[in-house]
Design a protein around this ligand. Structure first.
Ligand code: DC
Length: 684
C-alpha cells in the first residue's frame, strides 16, 4: 500500500489480466457483528482487511470477543468467538473511524444491550463521521426505551448509550424507522433486535421509500445464515420471529466486493481492447450484493461481460461508450464509477436517485463534479443527480485530484488515467494524473493501486523515469530507493545486474574475459528483486544473494565485466523492462546516457573521493568488516578511472543531467532536492 501524500499516474492505454478482489466491506462488517453476537466460534474466510473492518474488529475485541488468526495473506482465516447475546464488558469507549457499517449497527446493538443488561458505551469516530447522520436510527431506538445521548450535534455521533440491568423494551408495538436517508438504519435494527425477541415477534416498519434495498437483502441473507429467519412483507414491514437467536453457521466465506469490482468492470469496458479480457475473481453471477447490478449499467454503456460463479470477464464492446440515463438508487456506491465512464462516452450521462451520495464519506456529488471539472469535463449537479458530458481526447487536462478521504473518489478517478483512449482516432499521448492522499483506498481496498497497475499497460515513453547516475559509493542506491519510495515508483538497481552476472559467471566457471560466455549468462539472468524489513533483497536462480551481491569482490568483478560491450547489450532489454507504470527510478552509470536517454529527469550524483571512502569505511566497519580508508580510497579511484575510461558507456553525466554533490548533504536533503527538481517538471 502506498503511504504517500500523492501518487502520479501516467497516461495508460490498455488493460488485461486477472484481478482478485478483496472481500466485500458490507458483508465483512455484518458477518463480524453477527459472529460477535452469536454463541460459539465462527471461522470467517476471505474477510476484507481494511480500515473499516479493523475498527469493527477492534470494537469487538474491546467488547470481549476472542479473535484468533490462522494462516497468512489471502488465506488467513479469522476465528471469532461471540458473546452469545450477553454483554461481557459493560462499559467501553469505541472509536469507529469513518466506518458507517460499524457505527450504525453497533449503536443499535449496544443501545439494546445496555437498555436490557446495563451498560455505558461511548461511540465516536473521525470528524467526518460526526457529520454523518444517525438521527433516524436514534429516533427509532428511543421510543423502544433505549437511552441514547447526543454528545455533539443532535442526530450525529458521538453518542453515549446507557441503561440499567433488568430494563425492558417496548417491543409490543411496531418499531418505526425512516428508510429514505440510509438503509443502514434498518440494517442496524434488523441486526440488533433479535437480541430482544425472546418474548414476542418484533415488527419493524419502514417510513418513506426504502433506498438501497439490495443492502437490506444482504442483511437478510446473512441473518438467515446466522439462524434468524426474518419475515419480509414487501420493503415496508419486517418481522423477527419470537425466540430468534443467533446461531453461528460454523464457517462463513465473504465474497469479493462488488463495488470494488466496478472499477475493473469499467476498466475492461474502456481499455480491454485486445484479445484477452480483463478477468475479475471474487464476485460473479451468484453474488448476493446489489452492486453486482452495476454490470448491467456498464453493459448498457457498451461493456461486453461474461460471468460465472465468482468471476467476471470484461472486454471493450461499443466504443466510444454510450451515454446513460439511469436512476441509480439500486447501485448507489458503484454508480460513482459510471460518472467517470461518462467521460469516455459519445453522449451525455445523467445519473439520478443519488441523493445519498451527499451523506457518504464526503459529499460525493459535489466532490465528483469538482474533480471531473478539473479534468476538463462539463458537469451539472443537482440535489440528487449529476450530469456529465463526454470529454473529447484533445480536451483532457492534467489534474491533481482531491480524494476527500473517500476511497471511492480515489478508485473512480484513477480511471481517468486511461485518457489516451478517449477517442481512438485522434488519440494522442494523453495526460498524467495526480491522486492526492492515495492511501484513502485503505478503507476497502488497501492494495487497489498495485492491482490497478498490475492489469494496465502504458506506452513506455509515457512512463516517467528518474535517472540517478554517479560513481561508486556516491550514495546513489540509498537516494534512488528513497526517491522511489516517496513517489511509489519502481526501482532499478542496475549495478545489481552486473554484480549478478559476475556471480553467475563464478557459479558456472565462465572466465571474466569470455565476452560471449558472459553475454549469454547476462541474457538469461534469472534475477528477482523483493522487499524485506531490512531493505531490498535479491534472488539469483531462486537462491537469495542479497548480501553476496553487495560484497567488494562482487563490485570489482562487476566493474570489470561491465566494460564488455556484449554484456552491456545483453542486459539492455532487462533494464528497459523495469519501465512500468506508475514510474521508475533507475540508478547506475549509464541510465541517463544510454538506457533511458529520453528520461524527463536525470541526476548525476557525486561526492569527493575522500567523502565516499569515509562512507564506505563506516559501512564496512558497521558490518564488522575490517577496512583501511587509504586502501578504500585507492580502490574507489581505480574503479572510477575504469568506469570513466572504458570504451562502452563510460561513466559521465548526461548533457541534460543535474549535478548533485552530496558531500555535505544528508540523505534527506538530497532526496528533497531531487523531489523538488521532479516536482518542477510535473504539470500539477
Ligand atoms: O553501482 P554498483 O556499485 O552496484 O555497480 C557495480 C559495477 O557495475 C560498477 O563498478 C560499474 C558497473 N555498472 C555499470 O557499468 N553500469 C551500470 N548502469 C551500473 C553498474
Amino acid at each position: 500500500m502506498y503511504a504517500l501524500p500523492f501518487l502520479d499516474l501516467p497516461p495508460l492505454n490498455g488493460a488485461s489480466g486477472t484481478v482478485r478482489l478483496p472481500g466485500s466491506k458490507s458483508i465483512s462488517n455484518r458477518v463480524l457483528l453477527l459472529a460477535g453476537l452469536a454463541a460459539g466460534t465462527t471461522a470467517v474466510h476471505d474477510l476484507l482487511d481494511s480500515d473499516d473492518t479493523q475498527v469493527m474488529l477492534q470494537a469487538l475485541a474491546t467488547l470481549g470477543c476472542a479473535q484468533r488468526w490462522e494462516g497468512t495473506g489471502r488465506q488467513r482465516v479469522l476465528h471469532l468467538t461471540g458473546l452469545g447475546g450477553q454483554l461481557a464488558v459493560h462499559e467501553a469507549d469505541l472509536f469507529l473511524g469513518n466506518a458507517g457499517t460499524a457505527m450504525r449497527p453497533l449503536a443499535a446493538a449496544l443501545a439494546v444491550l445496555a437498555a436490557t443488561q446495563g451498560g455505558n458505551f461511548m461511540l465516536h469516530g473521525v470528524p467526518r463521521m460526526h457529520e454523518r447522520p444517525i438521527g433516524d436510527l436514534v429516533d427509532a431506538l428511543r421510543p423502544l426505551g433505549c437511552t441514547v445521548q447526543d454528545l455533539g450535534t443532535p442526530g450525529y455521533p458521538p453518542l453515549r448509550l446507557h441503561g440499567q440491568a433488568g430494563g425492558t423494551l417496548a417491543t409490543e408495538t411496531p418499531i418505526r424507522v425512516r428508510g429514505d436517508v440510509s438503509s443502514q438504519f434498518l440494517t442496524a435494527l434488523l441486526l440488533a433486535l433479535p437480541l430482544v425477541s425472546a418474548a414476542r415477534d418484533i415488527v419493524i416498519e419502514v417510513e418513506g421509500e426504502l433506498i438501497s434495498q439490495p443492502y437490506i437483502s444482504i442483511t437478510l441473507n446473512l441473518l438467515a445464515r446466522f439462524g434468524i429467519a426474518v419475515q419480509q412483507q414487501g420493503w415496508q414491514r419486517f418481522v423477527i420471529p419470537q425466540g430468534s437467536a443467533y446461531r453461528t453457521p460454523g464457517s462463513v466465506h465473504v465474497e469479493g466486493d462488488a463495488s470494488s469490482a466496478s472499477y475493473f468492470v469499467a476498466l475492461g469496458a474502456i481499455a480491454a481492447k485486445g484479445g484477452a479480457p480483463l478477468r475479475i475473481e471474487g464476485v460473479g453471477s451468484d453474488s448476493i450484493q446489489g452492486d453486482i447490478r452495476f454490470v448491467d449499467a456498464a453493459v448498457a454503456m457498451g461493456a461486453q461481460v461474461k460471468s460465472g460463479p465468482g468471476w467476471l470477464e470484461v472486454h471493450r464492446g461499443r466504443w466510444p461508450l454510450a451515454g446513460l440515463q439511469l436512476d441509480c438508487k439500486h447501485i448507489p456506491d458503484a454508480a460513482m464509477t459510471l460518472a467517470v465512464m461518462a467521460l469516455y462516452a459519445d453522449s451525455p450521462t445523467h445519473l439520478s436517485g443519488i441523493a445519498s451520495w451527499r451523506v457518504k464519506e464526503t459529499d460525493r456529488i459535489a466532490a465528483m463534479a469538482t474533480e471531473l471539472r478539473k479534468l476538463g469535463a462539463e458537469v451539472v449537479e443537482g440535489p440528487d443527480f449529476i450530469e456529465v458530458q463526454p470529454l473529447p481526447a484533445a480536451q483532457w487536462r492534467p489534474a491533481a485530484i482531491h480524494t476527500y478521504d473517500d476511497h471511492r473518489m480515489a478508485m473512480c478517478l484513477s480511471l481517468a488515467a486511461l485518457n489516451p483512449l478517449a477517442a481512438d482516432n485522434t488519440a494522442g499521448p494523453g495526460v498524467p494524473l495526480r491522486i492526492l492522499d492515495p492511501r484513502c483506498v485503505g478503507k476497502t481496498f488497501p492494495d487497489y493501486f498495485e492491482a490497478f497497475f498490475h492489469v494496465t499497460t502504458a506506452h513506455p515513453a509515457q512512463v516517467p523515469v528518474i535517472c540517478i547516475d554517479g560513481p561508486t559509493a556516491s550514495g546513489k542506491g540509498t537516494l534512488a530507493a528513497a526517491v522511489a519510495d516517496a513517489l511509489g515508483y519502481h526501482l532499478l538497481d542496475s549495478g545489481a545486474l552486473y554484480r549478478a552476472t559476475g556471480l553467475a559467471s563464478q557459479w558456472d566457471g565462465v572466465a571474466p574475459d569470455d565476452e560471449a560466455g558472459l553475454a549469454r549468462l547476462a541474457g538469461l539472468l534469472d534475477l528477482r528483486f523483493g522487499h524485506g524489513p531490512e531493505g531490498s533483497r535479491a534472488w539469483l536462480r531462486g537462491r537469495e544473494v542479497s548480501s553476496e551481491l553487495r560484497t567488494e569482490a562482487a563490485g570489482l568483478l562487476a566493474s570489470r565485466i561491465s566494460g564488455l560491450a556484449g554484456v552491456r547489450a545483453a542486459l539492455q532489454d532487462l533494464q528497459l523492462a523495469f519501465r512500468r507504470a506508475p514510474g521508475l527510478v533507475a540508478d547506475g552509470r549509464d541510465m541517463g546516457t544510454v538506457i533511458f536517454p529520453t528520461a524527463p529527469l536525470k541526476v548525476y550524483l557525486t561526492a569527493s573521493a575522500a567523502t565516499r571512502a569515509e562512507r564506505r569505511h563506516k559501512q564496512l566497519i558497521s558490518k564488522g568488516i575490517p577496512a583501511s580508508i587509504v586502501d578504500l580510497r585507492a580502490d574507489l579511484e581505480a574503479r572510477d578511472a575504469r568506469d570513466q575510461n572504458r570504451a562502452v558507456a563510460p561513466l559521465k553525466p548526461a548533457e541534460d543531467a543535474y549535478l548533485l554533490d552530496n558531500s555535505n548533504l544528508s540523505v534527506d536533503e538530497s532526496v528533497q532536492q531531487v523531489l523538488s527538481w521532479w516536482q518542477a517538471r510535473r504539470p500539477f
